[in-house]
Design a protein around this ligand. Structure first.
Ligand code: AMP
Length: 250
């Protein structure tokens, strides 16, 4: 698997359909990726997508994609974008409405990796119900663990491609040509919520409400913890090893 999955249905919602069908996969993986902002979930999602075929579904990307389309003032999406700009979490109600609108992505035969969702126990419980209604189950919740000081350094160096959403870091994962995406040549940007002030708010929100989400999956026996204080390729190798061990893959 070399190319990233087409995520049109996820990013646009509503009646939008993916232009490319999901790839043929040996196993349909359904995963949740957990960890503080900046831990590298987006990068791991990209690696895992290429290796396993599962589609990286980020709720943050849905909000960022909608930003370019100007939400009507006062609408749920406009409120969500305001929260996001301050680094605050968007309300459970809005996020869940958005995920429900895209529930067909959850039973896509190519599989999925949820990134940035669920972020609260309320969202995790709602996701359990949504998956149960569709008769599909999560294989694992992968929890990437990293000390706060390292999280801050990672976020401030992060650059993203507004075109294909590939993620880079100015020192640990630079593009081949400075400032330009390796995949599509688009000029890389820093996300507006990657500023120091936004990061502080996001980390506080993470510790207050997202840590219990890991406990939720631990109680279900599907939490897989991976130390994330290493190079992206090594973290990825540890992740594959952990999945292979857990699912006895050949
Ligand atoms: P991310 O790209 O996952 O870091 O998300 C960027 C921003 O989008 C977050 O700081 C929140 O404002 C918002 N967001 C994304 N996903 C969620 C979620 N599951 N619950 C609440 N807010 C979210």
């Amino acid at each position: 698997m070399t190319s990233l999955r087409d995520r049109t249905a996820w990013l646009e919602g509503g009646q939008a359909v993916c232009l490319q069908p999901p790839p043929e996969v040996r196993r349909t993986w359904r995963l949740v990726l957990l960890g503080p902002p900046g831990v590298g979930k987006g990068t791991q999602a990209e690696f895992l997508s290429r290796a396993l075929g599962a589609c990286p579904l980020s709720t943050g990307d849905v909000f960022r994609a909608a930003k370019g389309r100007a939400a009507p003032p006062g609408s749920a999406m406009a409120e969500a974008q305001k929260c996001m700009a301050h680094g605050d979490l968007v309300s459970d109600e809005t996020v869940l409405a958005l995920v429900r609108e895209r529930d067909r992505c959850l039973h896509c035969k190519g599989g999925f990796m949820l990134d940035g969702f669920p972020r609260t126990v309320t969202q995790a419980v709602a996701l359990d119900a949504l998956l149960e209604a569709q008769r599909v189950r999560l294989d694992a919740a992968i929890n990437y663990e990293l000390p706060t000081s390292q999280v801050i350094s990672r976020i401030s160096g992060r650059r993203v491609c507004p075109g294909c959403k590939a993620v880079y870091h100015v020192t640990t994962r630079p593009p081949v040509r400075a400032g330009l995406c390796d995949h599509c040549g688009t000029k890389l940007v820093q996300r507006p919520d990657d500023t120091a002030e936004s990061v502080a708010v996001r980390l506080e929100a993470y510790h207050a409400v997202t840590t219990p989400v890991a406990d939720h999956y631990r109680a279900q026996g599907i939490l897989v913890s991976i130390p994330a204080n290493d190079e992206p390729a090594k973290i990825f190798a540890h992740t594959l090893d952990a999945l292979a061990t857990r699912f006895a893959l050949a």
